[in-house]
Write a new protein. Structure first.
Lengths: 538, 284
């Protein structure tokens, strides 16, 4: 008999802490897959309808199958929906649902359940952090019959599939029973695992649901998952995360720190997986509402004064991807030529800062404002660099900008504090990252219509041409035409220097060879555990 | 006296025997103070500049190796001495001035003043130093200046207790009564006749608190609540290197050793001063 979970938890925690476990440490955990995540990736809520961070959706993937998925091949595949279609103008979307599916609490899955989920996301009381923006302006959800549901949109909405591959479909009965506040501790979906427990700052454990029918097309068999349990353990120390698979205290480490990559590359008993993420990269959005970034010359100076490749080489041994615009280089709508817009030219940066009224008169190496509208003369040029983690990147930027005469203050804040700061518009440069292979995220991030509390357009820049351009990304179904629009939007954004592109972080996974069937999605942050086996523990 | 006796008992200078602890402690501190004063000349590189590749092992070019940004750890440790020694000095000054004033008034006037002041001190003593400092930092925000204030505040109760206990004895002396009888104002009595007589225990306590302040300050910076990047502060440097301790041990180890040597030196010096200046200990 295995010990109860708390005992196992304590034993595991201790062995992780001392960092001297052996591969046999997992022996007591019968058929339990342990995945280590950086603690910074722990979501604030497990309910993906509410939580804006993708890691919540990743946990939800184990508990609730969505209507469809993006598979490892980058294509949409059926899950709880078997087919989908839209009318010509893409303002009506119909999903044909899989029949014979029930939720983990026995509630039948049908069109009414889909309607409930859509309405729950769009209900202001849910306070959906991001999902509502993805689902879009649904006017009405029509239940055609038990297995057919049609979404009627107020305007063409071509990104429906990309939205619904994220949406966990929850049991309406369970969601109603627990309410908005409590449901994330009692999630009930129609996925391969049941939520067993979530201990914040420590772990999330899910247990195999024997009633699962393999409804997700990623599942190789029409039946329950193979592993008994999956535990996601949140690790605060990089050194522990880097060694946790080698010491046998986890099977998989997600977001393996780059300093540990060489320990797993070509190492016997392990494999190293790399997942690339199409999206924005680790961009720093500039607040153009107030000085110093209300001045285009200052914004451009930062771009000229930053050498991203040097940062990549110095900090990450060149393992990251250098970004040079709002969409990263692995995005299919990436704009070629962005790299040439702002070559690394510190002298140009200095000249622009001088022209903008920033001069170092007191000789302390930091420029002060003189004659800058809205700024007292003599005010040092100090900018806040607000991030969730990756402090070292901020330090590298500090080192590059100091010779330009710019003082950088690094602020490391948790996600909810970041959003509070954004809502108060209290930031200079703030981290913002979105991951999606669809260019619609350009609309989400750069359309000034979304510059509202709870919205994701943070920069404060208003431009009719840009707004119109990115709005159309929601309406035009032709993929190439959408990419062209997205590229044009990127040009405008870079000409106006609204953000500082930094690096794109591939997700590195250290995986023990004991694990079979672990699959990355086409986006690096997502993976599937539906087919995972741990043969050695059988 | 043999050479071995000298090594054990110390060196006699001007009729006073300087213990080995005193000599070692003073020497180590003197080296650190000199390095701090001469940091710009002594450090081979700009402590904030990237001068080489990241995480390079110690070598003839970079004696203590380089950190994650390719900065010279040796130069940063030397410049870090400035931050840490100033932190220790100012923190001790804050605690000594405020704590002594509180203890002086409390012990001199007794009565309600004493009762209220000592209950406040008791309450502060109920909290560990680091916790008290954390509370202050939480209120003021993270910065090296606020760490000085926080650490200084956390030492106030010990100064207050120490000075009060000395004052309680001193105020009963005949010369204090004499001063009162001839009409010397209380403030003058306290400053001219009472306070100077608490100097020796104050000096010993301050020496010990100096090392403690550096240690707590480094701890707060380690937690991200003190010095902020890119300041070359020892606790911050230890924190930055801990994630790669297994493969770049030098990033944390050398600043850690710096903290260790300074704190050890102040403890040795404090203990030695106590032995030398406290007649009760000297007679043993």
């Amino acid at each position: 008999m295995s010990p109860p979970v708390p005992a196992r938890t304590i034993a595991l925690s201790l062995s992780v802490l001392v960092g001297c476990g052996s591969p046999d440490n997992r022996g007591e955990a019968d058929d339990e897959l342990i995945i280590a995540w950086p603690a910074s990736r722990e979501p604030a809520s497990l309910d993906g309808h509410i939580e804006p961070y993708q890691t919540a959706w990743l946990i939800d993937y184990m508990i609730a199958d969505p209507l469809l998925i993006i598979g490892p091949d980058g294509e949409f595949h059926p899950a709880l929906a078997t087919a989908w279609s839209s009318n010509e103008v893409a303002d009506e979307w119909t999903f044909v649902l899989r029949s014979g599916v029930v939720f983990q609490d026995g509630t039948p899955f049908d069109a009414a359940a889909v309607r409930y989920n859509v309405e729950r996301i769009l209900d202001p009381a849910t306070r959906s952090g991001e999902m509502a923006a993805h689902v879009g302006p649904v006017e009405r959800v029509e239940v055609v019959d038990d297995t057919t549901v049609t979404l009627h949109y107020a305007a063409p909405w071509v990104t429906v599939l990309d939205a619904f591959r994220r949406v966990p479909i929850w049991s309406p009965a369970a969601a109603e029973q627990w309410g908005i506040e409590e449901f994330d501790r009692h999630l009930v979906g129609a996925g391969p695992f049941l939520l067993e427990e979530w201990v914040p700052n420590d772990h999330v454990t899910v247990r195999r649901w024997d009633g699962y029918g393999g409804w997700n097309s990623i599942a190789r068999e029409a039946g329950p998952a193979r592993v008994e349990r999956v535990t996601i353990r949140f690790i605060g120390e990089e050194a522990v995360l880097g060694n946790v698979v080698r010491t046998g205290n986890a099977h998989i480490a997600m977001n393996l720190p780059t300093a540990y990559i060489d320990d797993y590359r070509d190492a016997e008993g392990f494999s190293l997986l790399t997942g690339y993420q199409a999206g924005t990269g680790l961009q720093m959005v500039m607040n153009v509402r107030r000085p110093p970034f209300s001045d285009l010359r200052v914004r451009r100076a930062l771009l000229y004064g930053t050498d991203q490749q040097a940062i990549n080489d110095l900090l990450y041994d060149g393992h990251f991807l250098v970004s040079d615009g709002p969409l990263n280089t692995v995005h299919r709508c990436y704009r070629e030529g962005s790299a040439d817009t702002y070559p690394h030219e510190p002298e140009t940066a200095r000249r622009l800062l001088e022209e903008a009224g920033y001069t170092d008169r007191d000789g302390d190496g930091i420029r002060e404002a003189y004659g800058v509208p809205g700024v007292d003369d003599g005010t040092p040029l100090r900018v806040r660099w607000t991030i969730l983690d990756r402090e070292e990147m901020g330090e590298a930027i500090q080192a590059q900008w100091r010779p330009l005469g710019i003082d950088v203050a690094i602020e490391i804040v948790p996600g909810p504090v970041q959003l509070e700061m954004v809502n108060a518009r209290d930031f200079d440069l703030i981290y913002e990252r979105q991951r999606s292979p669809d260019p619609m995220l350009m609309d989400m991030l750069w359309n000034s219509a979304h510059d509202v509390v709870g919205g994701w357009a943070w920069t404060g820049f208003v431009d009719e041409e840009l707004d119109g351009m990115v709005s159309r990304l929601r309406e035009i179904p032709d993929q190439e035409m959408r990419c062209e629009l997205a590229r044009e939007a990127q040009r405008i954004i870079m000409e106006n220097a609204l953000m500082l592109p930094t690096l794109s972080e591939p997700i590195f996974y250290a995986v023990s060879d004991e694990v079979l069937g672990f699959e990355l999605a086409s986006e690096g942050q997502f993976y599937f555990v539906h087919n995972v086996e741990l043969p050695r523990t059988h | 006296m043999t050479a071995a006796d000298t090594a054990v008992r110390g060196i006699t200078v001007g009729g006073r025997t300087l213990s080995p602890g005193f000599i070692v402690g003073t020497s180590i501190l003197a080296v650190w103070v000199l390095l701090a004063l001469l940091a710009p000349a002594a450090a081979p590189h700009d402590p904030l500049a990237t001068v080489s590749g990241a995480r390079e092992a110690p070598s003839p070019d970079f004696w203590f190796g380089t950190d994650r940004l390719g900065r010279d750890v040796f130069s940063r440790v030397i410049h870090g001495a400035r931050v840490s020694l100033v932190l220790g000095f100012i923190s001790v000054a804050i605690g000594a001035v405020l704590g002594s004033a509180l203890g002086l008034v409390s012990g001199y006037y007794r009565g309600a003043v004493d009762t209220v002041a000592m209950r406040i001190v008791d309450a502060m003593l109920a909290f560990p130093d680091i916790l008290l400092a954390l509370v202050v930092i939480a209120a003021l925000g993270p910065s090296i200046t606020n760490v000085m204030v926080a650490v200084g505040v956390s030492t106030i109760p010990r100064y207050a207790r120490l000075v009060r206990s000395s004052v309680l004895t001193i105020r009963e002396q005949d010369y204090i009564d004499a001063a009162r009888l001839v009409g010397v104002p209380d403030v003058k009595i306290m400053l001219r006749h009472v306070l100077p007589n608490t100097a020796i225990p104050l000096l010993v306590l301050s020496t010990l608190e100096f090392g403690q302040a550096i240690s707590i300050g480094a701890g707060l910076s380690f937690l991200g609540l003190g010095a902020q990047p890119p300041t070359p502060e020892w606790g911050l440097m230890v924190a930055v290197g801990r994630d790669v301790l297994g493969r770049a041990w030098w990033i944390s180890t050398f600043p850690g050793l710096a903290i260790f040597t300074v704190v050890m030196a102040t403890n040795l010096l404090g203990d030695s001063l106590q032995e030398m200046l406290d007649p009760r200990l000297k007679s043993r």
